[in-house]
Design a protein around this ligand. Structure first.
Ligand code: AMP
Ligand code: TRP
Length: 341
């Protein structure tokens, strides 16, 4: 069975474990808006707070970051009337299906996840059990809606392959064609935005150096300063994209510029061939400010009314649960369990 036998439905999530970055915007949020606007799929977007708490979160900060992420979604163009927008902990079926998938997935599968290895490091004894089981919860997020398409950045590819393995194993173990085999949607020039300090590391909200990332809440001066100080090499820009092959920092800045301006990398190279960094960096900063400043203003406007954000998330959770509840009931039924009295 393939995704095409199911209602076309998009699901994706972002962890509310701090402010969002330009990587989140270009690799995820912007593409969520594009999929909503294409109107070819029903779209469900989620602040995945149950994922965030796989590492300790300050409760007050988590609540604030969840609202801030919701404000960022809406400021970027997610319309809660057209898409379903909510936070994960309000819809209990995510955790319920995650338990089922904990029993379907194998320890060996989880142990091979590179994100687990990176996050747990050498100290696996002391990592939470939730951090190890995290990909089963992610599979549950997607499959509790029978989602067919999942837009994400490149770092989530392995987790989506695991989601397909879990769906296939469940279907096989119970002799059903119940869960769809989800299609990852990893497209465009910015599926892996890299750190501004190190072209081999992805830009991340958890990087200890604030200079390594552009935050969606940074003002124009901060953005200009961060790009000015971004690591590059001494060579000018080459005349083709090919010429950036062994220049990760340089390529990253070109990719960011292409994604911000919605143009192909070839087109960008035609414009900037031979430029020095002193010319390119302010140009790039200007493009970033032109995109982010209106979004930041809108975010601030939404953040001034937290009760309205909570109302929108509550309403979204209700609509999400209407889809998730019958799928969970049917899952329990297939397994010989009873979901409700
Ligand atoms: P996270 O912040 O880890 O919850 O990520 C939320 C979404 O943003 C996922 O789809 C990630 O793949 C995407 N994402 C996070 N960081 C980056 C990055 N540096 N470049 C591209 N996409 C990213
Ligand atoms: N694991 C994803 C990340 O860290 C976030 C996430 C959780 C997600 N559940 C999801 C993304 C379901 C897509 C679909 O980026």
């Amino acid at each position: 069975m393939t995704g095409s036998d199911f209602t076309p439905r998009v699901f994706s999530g972002i962890q509310p474990s701090g402010g969002l970055t330009l990587g989140n915007y270009l690799g995820a949020l912007k593409r969520f808006v594009d999929m909503q606007d294409a109107a070819t799929h029903e779209c469900i977007y989620c602040m995945v707070d149950l994922h965030a708490v796989t590492v300790w979160q300050d409760p007050v900060a988590l609540k604030a970051s969840t609202r801030e992420a919701a404000a960022a979604f809406m400021a970027a163009g997610i319309d809660p009337a057209r898409s379903i927008l909510f936070n994960q902990s309000q819809v209990p079926q995510h955790a319920q299906l995650a338990w089922v998938f904990n029993c379907v997935a194998r320890m060996g599968w989880m142990g091979r996840m590179t994100q687990w290895k990176d996050k747990a490091g050498k100290n696996t004894e002391n990592a939470s059990l939730g951090l190890f089981a995290y990909p089963a919860l992610m599979a549950a997020d997607i499959l509790v809606y029978h989602a067919t398409h999942v837009p994400v950045g490149d770092d989530q590819k392995q987790h989506l392959e695991l989601t397909r393995d879990i769906a296939a194993k469940f279907n096989h173990d119970f002799g059903v064609d119940f869960f769809p085999i989800t299609e990852p949607v990893i497209e465009g020039p910015a599926t892996r935005v890299m750190s501004l300090r190190d072209g081999t590391k992805k830009m991340s909200k958890s990087d200890p150096s604030d200079m390594s990332r552009i935050n969606m809440s940074d003002d124009a001066d901060t953005i200009a300063q961060k790009f000015r100080k971004a690591r590059t090499d001494p060579e000018p820009l080459p005349d083709s994209y090919e010429g950036l092959k062994d220049r990760p920092e340089a390529r990253n800045l070109v990719d960011i510029y292409a994604a911000l301006s919605g143009r192909s990398t070839e087109d960008i190279m035609n414009e900037v061939a031979g430029w020095q960094w002193g010319q390119f960096k302010p140009h790039l900063a200007e493009a970033a400010v032109a995109t982010l400043a209106p979004i930041t203003d809108e975010m601030t406007r939404f953040m001034n009314d937290p009760a309205e954000i909570d109302r929108i998330l509550g309403e979204g959770a209700g609509r999400a649960e209407e889809i998730a509840a019958p799928i969970l009931t049917r899952t329990y039924d297939i397994m010989g369990m009873v979901a409700s009295r």
